[in-house]
Write a protein that binds this ligand. Structure first.
Ligand SMILES: C[S@@+](CC[C@H](N)C(=O)[O-])C[C@H]1O[C@@H](n2cnc3c(N)ncnc32)[C@H](O)[C@@H]1O
Length: 457
């Protein structure tokens, strides 16, 4: 049997997925959705797509099976480490306030548990006790929840440079890493669809909500605008007024409400914006090139002209530069340290391009943007073009408000490396800021496809 699917049935399948899980089909592509339906039909021995889709609509089990084929459960421990640095401080400060424990945290969605378990390890390492935290984790994939319960992971779940947490909290056996019970007991897993009203009502009915922190990372990019807005509404309802929401790298512009960066060190953490004047001006300074604030920008910004960022405070885009790899050590933030980093402490074991990126990064982190750019340009004159170098230069131009130059460098990055998700995401953010929603969507969807492909590997 060799089942096939006609365009009309493919559209029907995409409509169902849009309705069930809020999926924007273009983020994964028609081919991926067609493949998923055909895989299910082959497994069931059904060759009539219309009949298969009718059955999947009627039968919750088959609906779940199709969803399992579609979802992208890509995750790893301590993904975006700067988020966990923020979490540690925020949770410890909150736990120190009388009456504010346990610190209530939601991970939605949690994939196979890597995110909520990282939260638990982070807080235990920070000295909080299990009773100081209440961590909930929800996910639509039963397969993922099964893996979260088993809590045994392959090397693929460990991708950060610092793996010391693995030695502290995991036991190695049969080539896998088993998480210790002390961490596992800190997380409560539940099946849920983030689009269901029941998620919110049950969170309140059980006394688990409102949450101090809601992690909602790397889901919104896959959703339709309508689904995103439902998720944002759910977050709004479930979050404490002084709580924070943590989103993925490309996702802050997706949120439409009154959100402002909660930290100068990470672009991923947002809190409710104050409506008072002081809060608004602080917000403008910190977020002057953050597309999520386009509604509060001047007419110039709306027409695509971004203000230059030359304030002495750290901006969210600077945090993006800081987030670039390879990272510099904390000591490199002072100018003199940056000079030392950039000029005198060459690491002979690194390739020339890696070394120049390390040094230019150190200069950028020390706010020596001109010197960082000169270093990149000088290197470029004598070496073949490098996508990594263009990316770094794009990020630096983004930080200094040179949007056209930033865009040009991101385009060059993509010319050399069409799968470069950071360039795709940055172009998506810049297009959104310029008011070009069609291109913003195009780049965002392309980035989502890259993430999805990587997740499938
Ligand atoms: C890319 S993972 C993100 C996991 C984790 N938050 C992270 O950033 O590493 C996306 C997850 O969203 C889940 N998902 C997709 N649609 C969902 C929905 N409507 N409700 C709940 N979970 C959903 C998928 O099963 C998948 O595990």
């Amino acid at each position: 049997m060799n089942p096939t699917i006609t365009p009309i049935r493919l559209t029907q399948a995409e409509d169902l997925l849009r309705q069930w899980i809020g999926l924007d089909p273009s983020t994964l592509g028609h081919a991926a959705i067609s493949r998923a339906v055909l895989t299910r039909m082959t497994k069931l021995g059904v060759d009539n797509a219309e009949k298969y889709l009718d059955d999947a609509t009627e039968d919750a089990t088959e609906r779940n099976n199709l969803i399992e084929e579609i979802v992208v459960p890509e995750s790893w421990f301590f993904r975006d480490p700067q988020v966990y640095a923020f979490l540690k401080t925020f949770a410890c400060e909150r736990a120190a306030i009388p009456g504010r424990t346990p610190v209530r945290i939601l991970s939605a969605p949690c994939a196979a548990g890597q995110e909520p378990y990282s939260i638990a390890m982070c807080l235990l390492d920070a000295g909080l006790s299990p009773s100081d935290m209440a961590i909930d984790a929800i996910e639509i994939s039963h397969v993922c929840l099964g893996k979260a319960g088993a809590a045994e992971y392959s090397a693929n779940a460990f991708r950060t440079a610092d793996l010391s947490f693995r030695d502290r909290w995991f036991t190695r056996h049969d080539g896998a890493f088993a998480l210790q019970g002390a961490v596992r007991r800190c997380v409560r897993f539940n099946w849920a669809n983030v689009l269901d009203e029941a998620l919110v009502t049950e969170a309140f009915a059980s006394g688990r909500a409102p949450y101090d922190i809601i992690f909602c990372r790397n889901l919104l990019i896959y959703l339709t605008p309508a689904a995103r807005s439902r998720v944002e509404q759910a977050i709004n309802t479930m979050l404490q007024p002084d709580g924070v929401v943590v989103v993925g790298a490309a996702e802050s512009p997706i949120l439409k409400g009154d959100w402002v960066p909660a930290s100068d060190t990470t672009v991923f953490v947002l809190r409710h914006g104050g409506r008072d004047k002081t809060a608004q001006s602080a917000q403008k300074t910190r977020a002057s090139i953050r597309p999520g604030f386009i509604n509060e920008q001047s007419a110039d910004a709306r027409s695509g002209h971004l203000p230059s960022v030359r304030t002495p405070t750290t901006t969210t885009a600077e945090a993006q530069v800081a987030a670039l790899s390879p990272k510099v050590e904390p000591g490199a933030t002072a100018a003199s340290d940056a000079d030392r980093e950039a000029g005198n402490s060459q690491d002979k074991s690194l390739s020339p391009i890696t070394e120049v990126i390390r040094q230019a990064n150190a200069l950028a982190n020390a706010r020596q943007f001109a010197a960082a750019l000169t270093m990149c340009e000088t290197f470029q004159e004598k070496h073949p073009p490098s996508s990594e170098l263009f990316l770094l230069m794009g990020m630096i131009h983004l930080t200094t408000g040179e949007v056209a130059k930033a865009q040009a460098n991101f385009h060059k990055t993509l010319y050399l490396d069409p799968q470069n998700e950071e360039a795709l995401l940055s172009l998506s953010i810049l297009s959104a800021h310029g008011g070009d929603t069609a291109w913003a969507d195009h780049y965002r969807q392309a980035a989502a496809r890259v993430f999805a492909r990587k997740g499938a590997q």
